[in-house]
Design a protein around this ligand. Structure first.
Ligand code: B12
Length: 441
């Protein structure tokens, strides 16, 4: 079949993110013999007009639409992308008779709502590689299913015999403007953070690619295009540690000259693993710290303690690893005292940078959403902010971060200047830009 894959994400903060999910699907379809065209809206000036022009005179048997983000998750300037998605799906309808299937992480958080809002023919919640192929098979045989929404089971073996097919996308431009190539080593998240969608999207049990399979993909990009900065997109790279160690060892064994970063849980010990991370090219760790007071950590149901965070930061400083704290202010149990405790503890660790979100964006299927069933949790962003800080938090944080150049608060538009970000990328800087914010003390 002739299939069009649409990657709709246009968010450029903190970077334009290569559409990895859409390229996984494109890879699975091509491998099965389908002809796949790609329309990527990320860098287009006027995506609606360009999509119209693209579709005129073309004919497809099926259209897949990848919806990565629901919104920008940034209170109080939350941007809901729904109207834009609707405009793009409407254009597909106008210029093509092909059945439209929705998928992607954003879609999978609110599948029923998106189906209703976008009026698509089909939707696949979860991993799409096999489920989309199955659906196409049914459409091809002239026996299209009557149900519209499919709940894909997690795929047990994710060592696919093809890599994500990136060739329809502008890989050079993504490498230039995101400063990395994104690689997934495993799927799943075993943690129980109360607000988080990761287990909803990928399930709780881990499924691993072999280290060989992962590093073959890295080596391919390194050798074919000289790409030498990797962003591991795993929900938590350093858990389980023994598997992450295998990845590091394989990079070292092949003597690849790369640098890499990823999300870390702050439970480091000064052990063989951290040494191998460095030897294999780790430059920075983005800690999912969330909060830095015992009460708020409990409110988020985090699995580590304040002492764990301090120890992990010490190790980074001793070893010369840059680190960022990703924080969520104002969650369950937050009071002005816990907020001040978090800020003070963060400062004590002298981080490279801090990225802070205000309030907890409520998403369907998360523990915290169960507690607030009476709220209208959906595509339109709703944020939980603890009552004890609700009136003060915005002014307090705005004043607090005013002169702190290494603090990025998207909700306060601090550190989010896209033209500055572009200028830095134009100079060829690679890796997450927060790495540049301060030098290690
Ligand atoms: C890594 C990551 C980042 C990194 C990306 C680094 C990089 N260069 O790639 C960084 C830190 C930059 C980042 C930033 C942001 N992120 Co982020 N990120 C992730 C994370 C952890 C993994 C994404 C990933 O690559 N997954 C691997 C791919 C293979 O999976 P996938 O895209 O979901 O694709 C699969 C399925 O969805 C499906 N599928 C995908 N497309 C299609 C299409 C069809 C037709 C079908 C059938 C199926 C299908 O099949 C695919 C393969 O199985 C996810 C959480 C998660 N577990 O999904 C959040 C996540 C995607 N991020 C999210 C958000 C909100 C953001 C930010 C807006 C936050 C912010 N304000 O800074 C920014 C936006 C950046 C941007 N430009 O878009 C949300 C998006 C949903 C939402 N809540 O709106 C997620 C889901 C986390 C969350 N809070 O819920 N992120």
């Amino acid at each position: 079949m002739k299939v069009l894959m649409l990657a709709l994400n246009r968010e450029k903060f903190p970077d334009p993110v290569f559409p990895l999910g859409a390229s996984y699907i494109a890879g699975a379809l091509s491998k099965a013999g389908h002809i796949v065209d790609v329309f990527d809206a990320c860098f287009l000036e006027n995506p609606q007009i360009e999509l119209e022009n693209f579709l005129k005179g073309k004919s497809y048997d099926s259209i897949g639409v990848s919806i990565r983000n629901v919104d920008n998750n940034s209170f109080p300037i939350a941007e809901n992308y729904l109207n834009y998605y609707k405009s793009m799906v409407d254009i597909c309808r106008k210029y093509s008779k092909a059945p439209i299937t929705l998928g992607g992480s954003g879609f999978s958080i609110f599948p029923e709502l998106y189906m209703k809002e976008l009026g698509a023919d089909y939707g696949i919640k979860g991993e799409g590689e096999y489920a989309f192929l199955e659906l196409l098979k049914k459409i091809e045989t002239g026996d299209p299913p009557t149900e519209k929404l499919f709940y894909s089971e997690t795929i047990k073996d994710i060592n696919f015999d093809t890599f994500p097919d990136r060739k329809g996308f502008d890989i050079d431009k993504y490498y230039k403007y995101s400063g990395c190539i994104n690689i997934q080593t495993k799927r799943g998240c075993a943690y129980n953070c109360s607000y988080c969608t990761y287990p909803v999207l990928e399930g709780r049990s881990y499924r691993f690619r072999s280290a060989k399979n992962v590093v073959d993909e890295i080596e391919f990009w390194n050798k074919s295009k000289g790409i030498d900065y990797i962003f591991f997109v795993d929900n938590v790279f350093n858990h389980p540690e023994n598997y992450a160690l295998e990845i590091c060892n394989e990079i070292i064994r092949r003597k690849l000259k790369i640098k890499w970063t990823g999300f870390f849980t702050p439970t480091l010990s000064d052990n063989e693993f951290i040494g191998k991370c460095l030897e294999s090219g780790l430059t920075s760790a983005d800690f999912g710290t969330d909060a830095f007071s015992p009460e708020t950590l409990k409110g988020y149901n985090k699995s580590f303690t304040v002492e764990d965070i301090f120890r992990s930061c010490e190790i980074c400083k001793e070893r010369g690893i840059k680190f960022n704290h990703s924080l969520i202010f104002g969650g369950p149990n937050e009071t002005m005292d816990t907020l001040k405790e978090t800020l003070a503890n963060v400062e004590l660790t002298a981080p490279t940078s801090v990225i802070g979100f205000i309030g907890v964006r409520l998403y369907a299927g998360t523990q915290i959403a169960e507690t607030f069933k009476d709220l209208d949790i959906g595509i339109t962003p709703v944020f939980y902010i603890s009552e004890a800080v609700r009136d003060e938090i915005l002014d307090y944080l705005a004043e607090y971060v005013k002169d702190k150049r290494n603090w990025i608060i998207p909700g306060l538009e601090k550190g989010t200047n896209l033209s500055l970000i572009n200028r830095i990328r134009n100079k060829g800087v690679k890796g997450p830009l927060w790495e540049l914010l301060v030098n290690l003390k």
